[in-house]
Design a protein around this ligand. Structure first.
Ligand code: PEP
Ligand code: MG
Length: 737
């Protein structure tokens, strides 16, 4: 197989050698085309004139059945099989026994390899293994593109077929580039072993390490205790000790493969078989097994954890099942054009970080990982949720045009950047931006934000591997204030817990983390953590104005206690002669519905409030913000929620306390428009949203909208939803949304 031959000659040689070695009269190789047809690419024993002419559909005949089921067939009397069909052009009627295997790669069927004999015989397991091993080599040839052009012009192989997916647009923007598979499948290049015993020994050693690493994982405190997640992880342990798996791995090694190639082969077989099952439980298990095989491969090849491709494309579009915020930051921003996730929800933190970086994201793209190969061409449309893998030329042209159109629109936003944010009827609005990292800061001027309405301090903590020191915190905070200059910045104290976990901060397992030990609840119990942060903030703001905001406040006593901590820090700093902030303003986030029923008392205690509509809506509607099954089920523009929001605006007015809203609602022109209609005069959003929101705002008559919305909210008999009303209003008044 290593002989330097042209691709067709090599295929011919492969089938000739197999036939000779297995004493078979026939050996044939079929390749799956993008139109779902299996085309004969090489044969020994059948009519050579049928090569590139004989064809079978997926599911048709024995070969089509193997391709469709991804399972081998071993038949002493092939003609008795219900799927048997006779292809006259190949002249195969006189053969009785048949052995065929799928050509698999990463769980996808790329073709079929078979042998036939006149005599009725049962092929031995070793022969099956041997054939499967050759099929693996052929799979690599196909994937490497070496069979391209062997058939008629215009024939495309299945592996290179263009595929379009429709997912959920999570971060706007269009990206054209090349696939970077996150945690790329380790490519096994060394296929055949030289010494079975030492290879088995290597396998055993790596299995040992694998098992230890799983024990370590299971011993982690943050995943201890009962629950679904526990069952999932226990299954890893079970699989790692699975005798059947180990036996299959050893068998593959005995048949001549290296330990790595054995892992890949066994995994590929299993995946291909299980891919066809629809039971979600089994498919989830398949993911687990995939992960396990990856870990074992990395172990065998001496690689550590999943790595970042340093020599990857300059215009990378990362394709991942899911990803943590920190993992995204492992990649060089200047080489990333987009992120495609099989999971992911609008408020997942990786998505929030991607948005802050201006990286387009599409989530909920099922099957993206297994259909993609590193360096495949891909287009991501973060505006409408499309992902186009290996796009044909006309799709590329459409997108190039779309990018030009977008650039024109961006230019309009840029022109708007320095225009005052005032509505048609003269209402001035503060358009602020959300931030959390140094990388966000240039956006302040680029987007023309009036300030930072929400600085998520936990992001620094989330991407660090150890608790940031007080000096590191102070450094970040003063850099933020320096960048903001005279524009206001609102720092939110650490909002960890729930879905935002710090690997180094041990937390006990919780049944309902969103309702659990998080944010200010932790801060008040562990004052050292909060005091360190407050000290860093106060020092960073020496001589300047400082706005501090507490997340997840549930009752007013928490505000009193937080104030005491601040007072204590102020005393400490005074004692040591530090410069105090010129002015200190304290605010809280309204995220827990309990505050809605004590708004007057709340307003008397604070200098400002900010509505965290992501969490407020989550708790208001009892809908997990990260659960994609229900994340879009309830409408945040429904009258009850809008009434709640309005009551906050009104309470702010009664007490002359400034009110902002900093959840995702502020960043979409239509929902932002609704907020203006409710009376919000300050909203904070992801920087890239400021342009579109401003374009909406300058075209809006806020008074007119308020009237229409009030009527709708008060009405008992509604003929349309609020969303429809807003859309109609925008269209009637030529407001871009
Ligand atoms: C919110 O809950 O709306 C909010 C802005 O905070 P976060 O998304 O960081 O929880
Ligand atoms: Mg929140």
């Amino acid at each position: 197989m290593a002989e330097p031959l042209q691709p067709q000659a090599r295929l011919d040689e492969i089938v000739r050698q197999i036939a000779a070695n297995m004493v078979a009269e026939v050996c044939s190789l079929y390749v799956l085309r993008s139109d779902g047809v299996l085309e004969l690419y090489a044969t020994e024993g059948l009519n050579p004139g049928a090569v590139h002419l004989a064809q079978l559909r997926l599911g048709e005949g024995l070969v089509g059945t193997i391709a469709a089921t991804a399972r081998p067939l071993n038949l002493p009397e092939a003609q008795k099989h219900p799927a048997f069909t006779y292809l006259p052009e190949t002249g195969e009627e006189m053969f009785n026994s048949f052995l065929g295997v799928p050509i698999l790669r990463a769980g996808r069927t790329l073709g079929v390899l078979d042998v036939q004999n006149k005599a009725k015989r049962v092929y031995r397991d070793e022969e099956l293994e041997a054939l499967e091993t050759v099929a693996m080599v052929v799979a690599e040839m196909i994937a490497a593109g070496s069979l391209e052009g062997l058939s008629r012009p215009g024939v495309q192989l299945d592996l290179t077929r263009p595929v379009s997916f429709r997912g959920t647009a999570l971060s706007e923007g269009i990206g054209l580039g090349h696939v970077i598979l996150h945690e790329p499948r380790v490519v096994v290049t060394n296929l055949f072993n030289e010494d079975v015993d030492s290879e088995i020994e290597r396998l055993e050693r790596s299995l040992g390490y694998l098992r230890i690493s799983i024990e370590d994982m299971l011993a982690r405190r943050d995943i201890a205790g009962e629950g679904e997640h526990r069952a999932v992880l226990e299954a890893y342990r079970m699989f790692a000790h699975d005798r059947g798996w180990v036996r299959r791995l050893e068998e593959a090694i005995r048949n001549g493969l290296t330990a790595e190639a054995a892992v890949e082969k066994v995994q590929s077989d299993m995946r291909a078989r299980m891919m066809h099952m629809t039971d979600p439980y089994i498919r989830e298990r398949l993911h687990d097994f995939d992960d396990l095989a990856h870990r074992l491969l990395r172990q065998l090849m001496g690689r550590g954890e999943g790595g970042v491709m340093e020599d990857g494309p300059q215009d990378g579009i990362i394709v991942a099942r899911s990803m943590g915020a920190a993992e995204l930051l492992d990649y060089r921003r200047d080489r990333i054009r987009g992120l495609v996730l099989e999971e992911g929800a609008p408020t997942s933190h990786v998505v929030i970080v991607a948005r802050a970086l201006g990286v387009p994201v599409v989530g909920q793209v099922k099957g993206a990982v297994s259909m993609s190969e590193n360096r495949d061409e891909v287009i991501i449309d973060g505006d409408d949720g499309g992902v186009h893998l290996r796009p044909p030329a006309d799709v590329q042209t459409v997108f190039a045009e779309k990018v030009r159109f977008r650039a024109k629109r961006q230019e309009q936003y840029r022109l708007l950047r320095d225009a005052p944010a005032v509505t048609q009827d003269g209402v001035a609005v503060d358009l602020l931006m959300n931030a959390g990292l140094m990388v966000d800061l240039p956006q302040l001027d680029a987007a023309g934000a009036a300030g930072i309405g929400l600085f998520r301090t936990e992001l620094q903590f989330m991407i660090a591997s150890a608790m940031p020191k007080v000096s590191e915190q102070e450094h970040l905070y003063s850099a933020v204030l320096d960048a903001a200059g005279t524009k206001p910045v609102t720092f939110r104290t650490l909002d960890v817990g729930g879905d935002k976990l710090l690997p180094y901060l041990h937390q006990s397992p919780e049944e309902n983390p969103a309702l659990g030990y998080r944010a200010i609840r932790i801060a008040l119990d562990r004052p050292a953590l909060m005091r360190t942060q407050l000290r860093a903030l106060l020092k960073a703001a020496g001589g300047r104005e400082l706005k501090i905001m507490f997340p997840m406040v549930t009752e007013l006593s928490e505000i009193h206690r937080a104030r005491e901590l601040i007072a204590r820090e102020l005393r400490h700093l005074t004692k040591f002669g530090h410069i105090m902030p010129r002015r200190l303003k304290l605010g809280v986030m309204i995220e827990v519905p309990s505050l809605l029923f004590q708004l007057d008392e709340l307003m008397e205690l604070v200098d400002f409030v900010s509505v965290g509509s992501n969490d407020l809506f989550q708790f208001f509607s009892a809908v997990d913000r990260g659960n994609t099954q229900i994340a879009t089920r309830f409408d945040d523009l429904s009258p009850p929620f809008l009434r709640a929001l309005k009551s906050i605006v009104q309470a702010g007015e009664r007490h002359s306390v400034p009110v902002t809203l900093c959840g995702e609602m502020a960043g979409k022109p239509l929902t932002a428009m609704a907020l203006l209609g409710l009376g919000f005069r300050s909203i904070s959003m992801t920087p890239s949203a400021i342009g579109p929101v401003k374009a909406m705002l300058v075209a809006l008559d806020a008074g007119k909208l308020a009237q229409a919305m009030d009527q709708h909210i008060a009405s008992r008999h509604r003929s349309q939803t609020m969303r429809e009303l807003l859309q109609g209003f925008a269209e009637a008044h030529a407001i871009p949304y």
